[in-house]
Design a protein around this ligand. Structure first.
Ligand SMILES: [Zn+2]
Length: 130
């Protein structure tokens, strides 16, 4: 991958990262927004109340995504960006353009989808036992 392309992915990742950080920070601080919030319209507040119900789940997803983004940035720094973590083949740039923080090539990903238990790191649902 050429440097220009790499720099492009890097800035893309950075912007995704700061977006995620903003979201995570907000939910951690318990939404304090007196200074800036005055300007926000009312619908934003309504949406927030609604979103709060989903927050727990969303937060976890955001953390996961944030971690992936961090990994990807790290890989750019070490020169390993765009290489599948699983099989170590080069991930097509077209795919990276869609999901710049992806860790896996499409083939590995589809295999994981077929067999999710093999890759999920023992996050077993305790209620699942029958
Ligand atoms: Zn792969």
């Amino acid at each position: 991958m050429n440097k220009k392309k790499l720099a492009q992915f890097h800035s893309q990742l950075e912007s995704i990262r700061s977006e995620l950080m903003g979201g995570v920070e907000k939910s951690n601080l318990g939404v304090k927004e007196n200074e800036v919030g005055q300007v926000a319209d009312i619908s934003d507040d309504a949406a927030r109340t609604y979103n709060r119900q989903l927050e727990g789940e969303l937060e976890e997803q955001e953390w996961k995504k944030l971690k992936q983004v961090d990994n990807a940035i790290e890989k750019i720094n070490t020169g390993e960006y765009g290489i599948c973590t699983q099989c170590e083949t080069t991930i097509p740039e077209a795919r990276l353009e869609v999901v710049p923080y992806t860790e896996f090539c499409t083939q590995c990903l589809s295999e994981m989808e077929k067999n999710p238990k093999a890759t999920t790191i023992t996050e077993k649902n305790p209620f699942e036992e029958n």
